[in-house]
Design a protein around this ligand. Sequence first.
Ligand code: PRP
Length: 209
Amino acid sequence: MTDMINIALPKGRLGDSVYDMFEQAGLDCPAIREKSRKLVFENPEKGVRFFWVKPSDVAIYVERGAADIGVVGKDILMEDRTNVYELLDLGIGKCRMVSAGPADFSYDSSNELRVATKFVNVARDFYAASGTDIDIIRLNGSIELAPILGLSDVIVDLVETGTTLRENNLQIIDVIADISARLIANKSAFKFKTKQIVNISNKLEDIIE
Ligand code: PRP
């Protein structure tokens, strides 16, 4: 009997699409479709055990080995810098990490640029690369509100359709990164369960649109 592969899925809309991919790849676990509050589901025949994890926690479960593999947004990998292998771009959950500001905003380099964001590490690295002095304002959501109320000059945030920016009279200044869901693996699990993990990664790669 081979070891089960423990898989951390991000709870929510992205997680549902991710599970669809696992199912299409033949790694199904029918009980997961039943409405319940359970968090762990396994299919011993297929050798898989799934956990529903808060999206921002997936990489921690994988880094610490509580899960062998998982699926997480590239935005979270960039921000949290967890020590995991990134195996595959699943091509879903696509959006962009951008800096954005009011249409009439112009940067006065004699002042610190006030940047509101959830992604403080990403923002620090991005502005450091151009030698821009910034004052980071860490927020947890509705980031677009900050420049409207004068709390910040600009924001660093995710843009999917662009609707939120548009409806709040903000525009993209720079695109920092293309974001999508990534398959990640724990480093030692990858060493000891290489065949099973590569097999799962290959099956998922085969069904990527
Ligand atoms: C995300 C992101 C933007 C918005 C972008 O917010 O932070 O605010 O979606 O999407 P759009 O370009 O399609 O309009 P989310 O809905 O996750 O809520 P949040 O404000 O709590 O981060």
